[in-house]
Design a protein around this ligand. Structure first.
Ligand SMILES: [Zn+2]
Ligand SMILES: [Zn+2]
Length: 236
């Protein structure tokens, strides 16, 4: 069980002792849980029932089965096409909201989780894509989990100027404030932060070829291209 799922359980505990939530939201919650469990390689119904705080999960699953969202196949939970699509959208909304609230609004992790759980049910597809574009189409959430791609990530939309851009898009001698680093590995994050490369730091692009050279404060450092790829900034 990872941190995200654990938190989720804790948070929804309050909400889910009740059964007056809209059925649609309860379906969303279960789709989300099925998706996150699957990311951890968990496909059994028992684990789902253990994790969910929805006391009527079985009944909701029956509705989902009837609606063609979900089925059991050899004791494994399977999302059918429509369920898969719906789950993808919820996960995408949740994880984008996490980034927005944490990095742009600088909320605490706890607040983020609470708000993201509410917003994931109400953001429209258009707003979701706007948030994604605004954030520079981040590949992962604040917990390092993949954010499912949306149409906006493939089609370049001009209406909204990204607020956050990949570090590599910074021009020579331009400065950017690091907004987030996609944490491919925590070790790497630790190492970067000892170099002063962490959210909030201001970096100046010195050189891009043959390698990336950045200035942070008084220090000049060279960075590998695959590390540069993980860093997102806002131009200052
Ligand atoms: Zn997350
Ligand atoms: Zn996008």
């Amino acid at each position: 069980m990872n941190r995200e799922t654990e938190k989720k359980k804790g948070h929804h505990g309050r909400m889910y002792g009740r059964t007056d939530l809209f059925e649609e939201d309860r379906i969303d919650e279960l789709l989300e849980l099925i998706w996150t469990l699957r990311e951890e390689g968990v496909l059994g119904l028992d684990q789902l029932l253990e994790m969910t705080q929805d006391v009527e999960a079985q009944a909701i699953l029956r509705v989902m089965n009837r609606d063609g969202l979900f089925e059991m196949e050899d004791n494994r939970m399977v999302l059918r096409d429509r369920g898969e699509e719906k789950a993808r959208e919820i996960i995408r909304r949740h994880r984008l909201t996490e980034r927005l609230l944490r990095e742009i609004f600088e909320m605490s992790e706890e607040q983020v989780e609470e708000e993201a759980c509410k917003l994931e049910h109400i953001l429209s597809p258009a707003v979701t894509d706007s948030v994604c574009t605004f954030l520079g189409h981040p590949p992962t959430c604040i917990h390092g989990k993949p954010i499912p791609r949306g149409e906006c990530c493939f089609k370049f939309k001009k209406e909204i100027k990204p607020y956050v851009i990949p570090l590599d898009d910074l021009g020579l001698s331009e400065e950017g404030r690091i907004v987030f680093i996609a944490p491919r590995s925590h070790q790497r994050l630790d190492r970067l932060s000892t170099l002063g490369i962490a959210p909030g730091s201001i970096v100046r692009m010195h050189q891009k070829n043959p390698s990336h050279v950045l200035q942070i404060g008084e220090t000049t450092i060279a960075l590998d291209r695959d590390i540069v790829k993980d860093i997102y900034v806002k131009k200052v």
